[in-house]
Design a protein around this ligand. Structure first.
Ligand code: G3H
Ligand code: 13P
Ligand code: NA
Ligand code: ZN
Length: 328
């Protein structure tokens, strides 16, 4: 059944677990997530970006989610819109049936230029007013995602600021977070703690100076009743990185957010953990390997099936690690 993000995250807070929010664009990703959730008996957050909507087309995306709901009526599903660039994007998602939207006012509508605090409060508050009237939840974002190692957004894909960002912009200010939640009424707050979108997050396994889990604790101490969201939270599995490069890929050495650090965040108010890159890597690795191992094969279902299985294993591992397995 379709539920709102607020309903699900309230349950998660009550029972001290977190939920992976996986980005979806196509049938295989949705099937992988739903099969894993069914086996783990976990609730699910499916999230789609504006890019996903233009990739699949709004009707296809909507009907893929409806198919998931029909096939798995016992699994609670949140349909969330990721990184809305402006209120109009969020409103279109509400019309499309999403039960949750993110208004990302940390950046201007170009999704590159860091926005002022007042702009962020203004657009986010406007979306909350409309969404709440329709029973839809809202996630806001305060602070710019980006690398504390390089001072840049480090983005290879997806959403991210351009240019050099200051240390202040890259770490959400706890006092400002209190004010932001009070002024906007958001249901969940995405915070910046040194993670960035895409595969190239850290040049070495991250330590506290470049992945600021301590900042999560400071924010949670001041906002104990606010559900926190971690973006850029792929772990960048080293085994899939190796497979991709072994079978013709050319990705550089890179590190993501260790699952153990996310679990530490979950102990301190993190309830939603955004993951896109890990499923992209599993899918690409499985595709490359299966094609290499089966050169005579020309039925693409063989390749797609391998991608679904690879993604499903990651989903299941995250459901178990984040404590949401058994909570459906
Ligand atoms: O935050 C960005 C997500 O990884 C979605 O990326 O805009 O390419 O769909 P996308
Ligand atoms: P990753 O690129 O780390 O998977 O992050 C995804 C994300 O934050 C989507 O909003
Ligand atoms: Na989001
Ligand atoms: Zn994100």
């Amino acid at each position: 059944a379709l539920i709102s993000l607020r309903q699900l995250l309230d349950h998660a807070a009550e029972h001290s677990y977190g939920l992976p929010a996986f980005n979806v664009n196509n049938m295989e990703q949705i099937q992988a997530i739903m099969q894993a959730a069914d086996e783990a008996n976990s609730p699910v957050i499916l999230q789609a970006s504006a890019g996903a909507r233009s990739y699949a087309g709004e009707p296809f995306l909507r009907h893929l989610v409806l198919a998931a709901l029909e096939m798995y009526p016992h699994i609670p599903v949140v349909m969330h819109q990721d990184h809305g660039a402006e209120p109009a994007v969020c409103i279109r998602s509400m019309q499309s049936g999403f039960s949750s939207v993110m208004m990302d006012g940390s950046l201007l509508a170009d999704m590159k230029t860091p926005a002022s605090y007042d702009y962020n409060v203004d657009v986010t508050r406007r979306v909350v007013e409309i969404a709440h009237a329709a029973g839809v939840s809202v996630e806001g974002e305060l602070g710019c995602l980006g690398s504390l190692e390089s001072g840049t957004a480090g983005k290879e894909d997806g959403v991210g600021a351009e240019g050099i960002l200051s240390h202040d912009q890259l770490l959400t200010d706890p006092e400002q977070a209190v004010d932001f939640v009070k002024k906007t009424g958001v249901d969940a707050l995405a915070i910046a703690i040194g993670t960035s979108h895409g595969a190239y997050k850290f040049s070495r396994p991250p330590t506290g100076d470049i992945l600021a889990i301590a900042r999560v604790k400071e924010i949670h101490a001041r906002l104990p009743n606010t559900h926190l969201v971690m973006h850029g939270s792929s772990s960048v599995p080293q085994d899939w990185l190796e497979i991709i490069n072994k079978y013709g890929g050319d990705m550089g050495q890179t590190y993501g957010v260790p699952v153990a650090e996310i679990v530490e965040g979950i102990k301190h108010g993190v309830r939603k953990i955004n993951i896109d890159t890990d499923l992209r890597m599993a899918s690409t690795g499985a595709m490359r390997k299966t094609m290499h191992d089966n050169p005579k094969e020309f039925d693409p279902r063989k390749f797609f099936k391998a991608t679904t299985k690879a993604m499903k294993e990651i989903c299941k591992a995250r459901f178990e690690a984040f404590g949401c397995a058994g909570m459906a």
